[in-house]
Ligand binder design. Structure first.
Ligand code: CA2
Length: 147
């Protein structure tokens, strides 16, 4: 059986669509999950879609993905800018990793310009709103096909 692509969402993204719509839009995370599932189904990919506000839980998911996932799509949210521990975990992954941001952090405050996660990422999608998730599923399908 094909291993699923793990889609990880970091802290506060459970509130997507309910706050700061001028930055993040008004689509909820449940709706983003539905968009990803629809696209993945068309591409014949299985996905696991998760969100956590807890750094340790995200690290545990990444460890499990070493053996259980075909690839990882991750919006690490604020942990992008702070978490060397998530980078260390992602560096253990041999499968493709796509880092994703809804906004374009490089157009925002300078503390968002650096992401630890980028050092482990195969590719990066940012600034395209929640449609970036669908594009990430497409890009992951291409990366997996090329393997
Ligand atoms: O643009 C992105 O996707 C970010 O990863 C979002 C993070 C931010 O710290 C990064 O710099 C860029 C923040 C996520 C906060 O989630 C919210 C959800 C709903 C309303 C407000 C914030």
């Amino acid at each position: 059986m094909n291993k699923p692509v793990l889609i990880i969402n970091g802290p506060n993204l459970n509130l997507l669509g309910t706050r700061e719509p001028h930055i993040y839009g008004s689509t909820t995370l449940a709706e983003v999950e539905a968009m990803c599932r629809a696209r993945a189904e068309k591409l014949g990919l299985a996905i696991e879609f998760r969100q956590s506000n807890c750094e340790a839980e995200i690290i545990d998911w990444i460890h499990k993905a070493i053996s259980d996932a075909a690839g990882i799509i991750i919006n690490p949210a604020a942990f992008s800018h702070t978490s060397l521990a998530i980078l260390d975990a992602l560096n253990m992954i041999e499968q493709p990793i796509i880092e994703l941001h809804i906004s374009n952090p490089h157009k925002r405050e300078s503390f968002r310009h650096h992401s630890y996660v980028t050092f482990a990422a195969t590719g990066l999608i940012c600034g395209l709103g929640v449609n970036g998730y669908v594009l990430a599923v497409d890009a992951m399908a291409d990366l997996l096909k090329a393997e």
